[in-house]
Design a protein around this ligand. Structure first.
Ligand code: SF4
Length: 332
């Protein structure tokens, strides 16, 4: 049970991450706003997913939470303390990553035990016997038989390698796990096992988990809350059942409709939109989704809707006034 009155384990306020870009040799330099004014509080033990298509900024946000990419503006606080005030060693005990491709995130020249132990060795001075015991304990927790201790990542299957990556993330006993598409490089049959393992570990260890995914169907049964990102901004934030059963933002509706149902006869027709995919280097004026949105009005083309009441869409901020002005309410 989450304590919503407690201080959040992770708190983001108006976080921005931008990069300098140049469109041509003679063009003026500009900036790509990969993450734009994201604010979010996450409680201890909460499992929250951040979803959106490629280029929406979710992976940049993940890197920023891990201290791998500095924020350009805004604040990130972990347990009430600014992220920038943590040393590398201290941060290793607060937040750990699980990346998409376990093969490239593990050192192929080191044994499974050495890979798992690495974050602990780098952040604490412990006797070898204690490190060995912690590695064995954590291998058992992720259901990796002890016989793999001296194996190398190249000798293991994709699912086993991802278990090694999860064990390595947990060895420092962090409070927060940042999982960046941790199952997208795995076979479908193995995906479910890894997702169930992550869910089970989060519950047993009371971990706060941030799960990054482009695929809503993956997060559906996993997560308590969902944040939907579009062109660097959170456009909808709410409880998982609300997002899946009654999505309000037209972009969330588009994502939900693209999930393949178990019975193809009951597939929802796709949401129609005008215009092509988004260009993060040149976001449209007003609501960034307006070129793709069939509900867009003149207001949408001029004013950026803030995230209010869990949704960044003019149609939902005052539905009666919106209808009275001739606007349509977005429907799934
Ligand atoms: Fe569509 Fe307007 Fe809502 Fe943007 S603000 S999602 S354009 S209805």
């Amino acid at each position: 049970m989450l304590d919503s009155a407690a201080e959040p384990v992770l708190s983001l306020r108006d976080v921005e991450v931008s990069f300098p870009i140049r469109r041509g040799f003679f063009a003026k330099p500009g900036r790509l706003h990969a993450v734009n004014k994201v604010s979010l509080d996450v409680q201890r033990g909460e499992f929250i997913s951040i979803v959106g298509e490629s280029g929406c900024g979710k992976s940049t946000l993940a890197k920023t939470l891990l201290g791998l990419q500095p924020a350009t503006a805004g604040t990130i606080r972990i347990n009430g303390r600014d992220l920038a005030d943590y040393s590398r060693k201290e941060l290793a005990h607060q937040v750990q990553p699980i990346f998409q491709d376990p093969y490239s995130s593990l050192n192929p020249r080191k044994s499974v035990a050495a890979n798992i132990a690495l974050p602990l060795i780098l952040s604490e001075s412990l006797p070898a016997s204690e490190i060995r015991d912690r590695v064995r304990e954590i291998m058992q927790m992720v259901s990796l038989p002890q016989r793999f201790e001296h194996s190398y990542p190249g000798q293991m299957s994709g699912g086993q390698r991802q278990r090694v990556a999860i064990a390595r993330a947990l060895i420092t006993r962090p409070r927060i796990l940042v999982c960046d598409e941790p199952t997208s490089a795995l076979d479908v049959s193995v995906q479910a096992q890894i997702l169930n393992l992550l869910k089970d570990l989060s519950r047993r260890l009371n971990l706060t988990s941030i799960f990054i995914s482009h695929d809503l169907s993956v997060v559906r049964h996993l997560t308590q809350r969902v944040a939907v990102m579009y062109l660097g901004r959170v456009v909808e934030l709410g409880a998982s059942e609300e997002i899946f059963n009654a999505p309000r933002h037209p972009y969330t509706q588009l994502l939900i409709r693209s999930i393949l149902p178990p019975d193809p006869a009951h597939r929802l027709p796709p949401v129609a939109w005008d215009g092509g995919g988004p260009d993060p280097t040149n976001p449209p004026r007003g609501c960034h989704f307006n070129p793709r949105c069939r509900y867009a009005t003149d207001l949408c083309r001029t004013e950026l809707p803030p995230l209010a009441g869990g949704v960044a869409c003019h149609a939902w901020h005052d539905p009666d006034a919106w209808r009275a002005a001739g606007g349509q309410i977005p429907q799934l």
